[in-house]
Design a protein around this ligand. Sequence first.
Ligand SMILES: [Zn+2]
Length: 278
Amino acid sequence: MINFKKILCAILAVCLIFALSGCVIKGNEEVKNTTKASSQRNTITTTEATTTTSTTVTSATPTATTTKKKVTTTTATTVYRYPYAYAGFNPTETDMSVKFNKILLNRDHALPDGYVPKLAEAVKGSGVKLDYRVAPYYQKMYDAALADGITLEPISGYRSFERQKRNFENEIKLYENKGFNKKDATVKASQVVLLPGTSEHNAGLAMDICSLSVDFENTKEFAWLQAHAHEYGFIMRYPKDKTEITKITYEPWHYRFVGVDIATELKQSGMVLEEYLS
Ligand SMILES: [Zn+2]
């Protein structure tokens, strides 16, 4: 009996030892697994880190695109003012910090690209527009003339850069058809039509009145304007005897708003705007 008990105890002891050693092995495996998982986690983290780096590189790409966009804008800037450099035209951007009535526009002074004035109808119902600050003066002048039996029909007020460009290039073609080479045709055209962006029409500051013919100087409408336009702030911008300065042929129909004070001074002195502003 005693021996049987001893044998049983020994068997139990051996079983216990096996059971315990099994736990230790299992435990070791668990430790190993945890290490493996942790190492995998580390790998994931590294991948994330790499991704983050890639993102930084990607975000550098839009910066490059922005730079490209800027270059494109610069190219667009050249559209209106510089395509005629072959004929010697390279106007600078005019000073826009002055009061609107003193903005100088001519062959050498252009509006900033894309400039569009706020507009209003020069005469109610006419559909012809001017800068909203100028339109009320035209309406007043129109009404005053009408009271004297004179109709100051607004022919052409505000004109877009695109329209000016078409007008200018059509004029170049006319001279080319007369046998001038491209450069000479462009110079000739510039004496009749201003370069896109350099016209007072592009700023909504000028109106062509009644006619586009030099014969306009023989009309009662012209006589009325000669006597009264300055009272409403308008001047005949391109007089016959100042073409050397204005670089534009005589235009008895083109009236520019400069304000009553300057218009009066110019009328009394016989100066053109270039002389007054210099
Ligand atoms: Zn005009």
